[in-house]
Design a protein around this ligand. Structure first.
Ligand SMILES: [Cu+2]
Length: 198
């Protein structure tokens, strides 16, 4: 009897938290990025450039240094978010940028971290004074609604309020693109993104 009651309670709770009504209120965009060189289909940031207002929130995300590279190489965040710069390598790195507020985080040992909060939008190249082949991109956007394309160029932008949008696309090697799309509740919209050389 108790188990049945608990099951019933769990069912009611999950319906309240993630009810069909809540899911049906938002829509999504799925798409595929095409590029002149197949390996460049990956790492495109697709983000909301224009559309219904949505909160930026205030999150902290990580950018690791592992195996002498930054992971991830492409890190989109929203304005006001904080990045924890980790070091998983047994050597010292010296992270800095020549973009925006031009910070230099210095060096720190394995297992520790430094943090930086990004107040302004823009593209921040993350470089290392010790290893000149290390690079990553923290792309600070005026939206928290973004996705990064995978190896096949596929991406999904979820949780979008219904309405008309212009999606922006940023890629480290390729030109930008503007993609108009209409989002309806409960039904995914599909777009094709073709990127060209800068
Ligand atoms: Cu380094």
């Amino acid at each position: 009897m108790m188990a049945r009651l608990l099951t019933l309670f769990a069912l009611i709770s999950s319906t309240l938290l993630l009810g069909p009504a809540a899911l049906a209120d938002t829509g999504s965009v799925t798409g595929t990025v095409a590029a002149p060189i197949p390996k460049h289909r990956a790492g495109a940031i697709v983000y909301v450039k224009q559309g219904p207002a949505a909160p930026l929130g205030q999150k902290t995300v990580s950018l690791d240094q592992r195996g002498m590279v930054f992971l991830p190489r492409i890190l989109p965040i929203a304005k006001g978010w904080t990045v924890d710069f980790l070091n998983s390598d047994p050597v010292a790195h010296n992270v800095y940028t020549i973009d925006g507020d031009k910070y230099d985080l210095g060096t720190w040992p394995q297992g520790q971290k430094k943090t930086h909060t990004f107040a302004k939008s823009g593209v921040y190249r993350q470089l290392c004074k010790v290893h000149d082949d290390m690079i990553a991109y923290v792309v600070v956007l005026d939206t928290a609604q973004f996705a990064v394309s995978d190896k096949e160029g596929k991406f999904t932008l979820g949780g979008l309020a219904p309405g008309n949008y212009t999606l922006g696309v940023w890629h480290e090697k390729l030109g930008s693109a503007d993609i108009p799309v209409t989002v309806a509740a409960g039904a995914p919209a599909a777009v094709a993104v073709t990127l060209k050389a800068k």
